[in-house]
Design a protein around this ligand. Structure first.
Ligand code: ADP
Ligand code: MG
Length: 365
């Protein structure tokens, strides 16, 4: 199959749940997204934004109110869950506690009526894949949370699905284990070549693990892109706020040249700012700048912005400089620390800010 082929496509998917009384909950609102074969794709968003609902529609546990879901270009509406080449790892693992690790992993294959020898071989292969060979005959009630997570993964992978859905699979694990499992999941995905659709509300997890991600809010997908796209060029206020720390500057568009605008800030300074695709702004806009995409300089030293340094907060790896830039707007500059050296600036100093190339980005809204 061609690289980059669509594995799962949602087209204008809306899902309404009938709530108490008259008002229905719009869990998904006209969602369209294409997930490519072999991709590690993440749905990122706060609790209640519709992530689980979208996974359930893909798995076939529920049906869209409107729109369609395609698997390799085919509408899968007529297929019941067990006929879809899709498997799910649930947030609570949903293992059978009275069964052994091996029996849990082989369960799906047994339901499919596979021959005993084939199941045995596949279970052993899966145990090896998740590095659990020694615990094959242990009951799943007698293994740790991290080990249960591995068994749940092995069980979901055993029938060789084309697409694996993972609904916040790491949220029950403590920090250290979660970090280990993140690396483990990446390894599993590249070794098996299976398309992973991973759900999380943790922005750092989404950035470090995904080939691409979709940021969701209130049933809508706001932005889809690579982690770097999303981080460096957030196009919506919600995305800029939800992922990382951001400075917000208000200004007026003076000119637009292709994908860049000249924006005049309250201080009178004019800066160049990138535009989201298809946006031709005029009038008032909001511009975002990541704190680490700006540097402190001496006032006047070819600075893009100028202001007063209010507070310096040392974090070991980096230092955060809280400024009040001319026009009375707060602005944070974050600089990596190197041994022994500071920037030489202290609270109360007049300072300049130099923006890195393409540091500033206009928001769509
Ligand atoms: P997430 O997984 O992002 O936390 P969900 O997809 O579980 O969000 O839920 C999205 C919205 O749909 C929420 O407002 C939730 O309360 C509502 N919802 C989900 N399932 C049902 C249901 N079966 N009946 C009514 N409302 C539901
Ligand atoms: Mg959920």
């Amino acid at each position: 199959m061609a690289a980059g082929q669509s594995a799962i496509e949602a087209r204008g998917v809306t899902k309404l749940f009938q709530g108490a009384g008259q008002d229905a909950v719009k869990a998904l609102d006209n969602v369209s997204v294409t997930i490519r074969e072999n991709e590690f794709f993440t749905l990122l968003g706060p609790s209640g934004c519709g992530k689980t609902t979208l996974l359930r529609l893909i798995a076939g546990f529920d049906f869209p109110t409107d729109g369609e879901i395609l698997l390799y270009g085919q509408d899968i509406a007529p297929l019941p869950p067990f006929k879809r080449p899709v498997n799910t790892v649930f947030q609570n693992y949903a293992l059978f506690p009275h069964m052994t690790v091996g029996q849990n992993i082989g369960f799906g294959l047994e339901m499919l009526g596979k021959p005993k020898a084939e199941i045995e071989a596949r279970v052993n292969q899966m145990l090896k894949l998740v590095r659990m060979e020694e615990l094959k005959n242990r009951k799943t009630s007698q293994i740790s949370g991290g080990q249960q997570q591995r068994v749940a993964l092995a069980r979901a992978l055993a029938p060789a699905p084309k697409v694996l859905l993972l609904d916040e699979p790491l949220s029950a694990l403590d920090f250290k284990l979660r970090k280990d499992m993140q690396i483990e999941l990446k390894r599993l995905q590249s070794e098996t070549g299976i398309t992973f659709i991973f759900v999380t509300h943790d922005q750092e997890e989404a950035l470090t693990m995904s080939d691409r991600l979709a940021v969701m809010s209130k049933g809508k997908i706001l932005q889809i892109g690579s982690p770097r796209d999303i981080y460096d060029r957030p196009s919506e206020r919600f995305v800029a706020n939800f992922i990382g720390d951001t400075n917000f500057l208000e200004g007026d568009v003076q000119a637009v040249n292709g994908a860049e605008a000249q924006v005049k800030l309250a201080s009178g300074a004019v800066i160049a700012a990138g535009l989201p695709e298809g946006v031709k702004p005029s009038g008032r806009v909001t511009v975002v700048v990541r704190p680490e995409h700006a540097d402190l300089v001496k006032p006047g030293d070819a600075a893009d912005l100028s202001g007063k340094l209010e507070t310096v907060v040392y974090f070991g790896t980096d230092t955060h400089y809280h400024l009040n830039i001319d026009g009375g707007v707060p602005f944070i500059v974050r600089q990596q620390n190197s041994k022994g050296a500071g920037t030489g600036f202290s609270a109360g100093d007049a300072v300049g800010v130099k923006l890195e190339a393409h540091a500033a980005q206009v928001l769509r809204d």
